[in-house]
Design a protein. Structure first.
Length: 196
């Protein structure tokens, strides 16, 4: 990577770090171009060059953290031998990621992120393909072995991750869920819903 590319990546990372801080402190309404330029010291022109728009910053921020989550889920699966332990590991990894990164989790599960990811769903999914492929292969292999229900992979993925997403959203917004208890009890319930 050339020095120019390294500077570009460092600038983009700086913008994203500042954007997350602003989002956490002020919410979506505070996430403005002027707030990002003031906090990051990066010019508006440079932000437009790297991200195309303010919405591009929000999308890149959500994608960055979603990629980190997918990396953690992939690592969790690599440590398992069977479908049950894999489902348990993925659920616990997701819950643990949210607990360790509550600010990023709040953004990832926000209306802002939902709107941007939905608006660019095919592009986002394509950018995540390298991270999703091993997870999909794992699901398919355990379907083929008869351990997981024979459902389309997107449905199976939703059955495993959908409840966890709901738990994380409620924990972030209402705060009435004990995440340690959820990590102990929820994996087995999800396993029962997807095991054959």
């Amino acid at each position: 990577m050339s020095p120019k590319q390294q500077r570009g990546e460092a600038t983009a990372a700086q913008v994203l770090d500042c954007a997350l801080d602003i989002y956490v402190a002020q919410g979506e309404a505070g996430l403005t171009l002027s707030a990002i330029t003031s906090a990051s010291g990066v010019s508006a022109g440079s932000i437009y060059h790297h991200f195309g728009s303010l919405q591009g910053v929000a999308l890149a921020l959500a994608q960055t953290w979603l990629n980190r989550l997918l990396d953690e889920l992939g690592k969790a699966l690599e440590q398992t031998d069977d479908a049950r332990s894999g489902v348990h590991a993925v659920v616990r990894a997701y819950l643990g990621f949210a607990r360790l990164n509550p600010d990023a989790a709040r953004l990832m599960h926000s209306v802002t992120a939902d709107r941007e990811i939905t608006a660019h769903a095919h592009r986002v999914r394509g950018a995540q393909e390298a991270r999703l492929a091993p997870i999909a292969a794992w699901l398919h292999a355990h379907q083929a072995s008869g351990q997981l229900v024979d459902l389309p992979l997107p449905v199976l993925e939703s059955l495993i991750l959908g409840p966890v997403t709901g738990i994380v959203r409620r924990w972030l917004s209402v705060g009435d869920i004990d995440m340690e208890e959820a990590a102990r009890t929820v994996p087995e319930h999800i396993w029962r819903s997807v095991s054959r």
